[in-house]
Design a protein around this ligand. Sequence first.
Ligand code: URA
Length: 242
Amino acid sequence: MAKERIDKIIASMGRWSRREVKGLVREGLVLLNGQPAASPEEKVEAETAEIIVAGEPLRYRRFTYLMLHKPAGLLSATEDSRQRTVMELLPEDLRRRGLFPVGRLDRDTEGLLLLTNDGDLAHRLLTPKNHVDKVYRALLDAPLTGEDAAAFAAGIKLGDGQRCLPASLRVGEDPREGFVTLHEGKFHQIKRMFLSRGKTVLYLKRLSMGGLSLDQKLGKGEYRYLTEEEVTKLREKAGICE
Ligand code: URA
């Protein structure tokens, strides 16, 4: 296995930023195989090195998990011959890890996008049978009614005849604002669900997925690593027992 910088390995656990790790190394709080790490740039094999940070042994994680605040205007794809993708928001070293978006958000949709190279977890999060919640905030061109909410709860029939699973629609304080919870991900699903009710989505943002909310501290286009607890929570939601 290739060697990696120790600050990168520790920061990839999601608990400390690269800057914090540098400080911890300077203070002698990062032990590498029993000795204080000489510098944040020191390179080790993540899988075999024994790393202790501020007294806590680091558990090596094989995969990378990121939370991205997707801005409008970028495709949720790893590459595209004509259009810009969310991958350009990541630095080169992360782009080389084989990350991909967990499901797609439309080009004009904003909000929480998970990125990982853990294919098994991604697949389990997306399969409707695991009932992993995705919550969206939508702004419509017309006020929503209780009848819209009842139709969502009953399972909307889309324009092409496909039937959606029951979904929850909560009307916001502004009746043109709706909060939708889905357990599946058909193409343009929310826009098409509202269209079948005669309403057009003007703005759409994903707020959460699998109980994980978009971090309010992340500006549009920013990302961070998921913490150990967040990954464990996702794994539980996806039906993976530790
Ligand atoms: N539903 C949509 O219509 N678009 C999205 O981006 C996500 C869900």
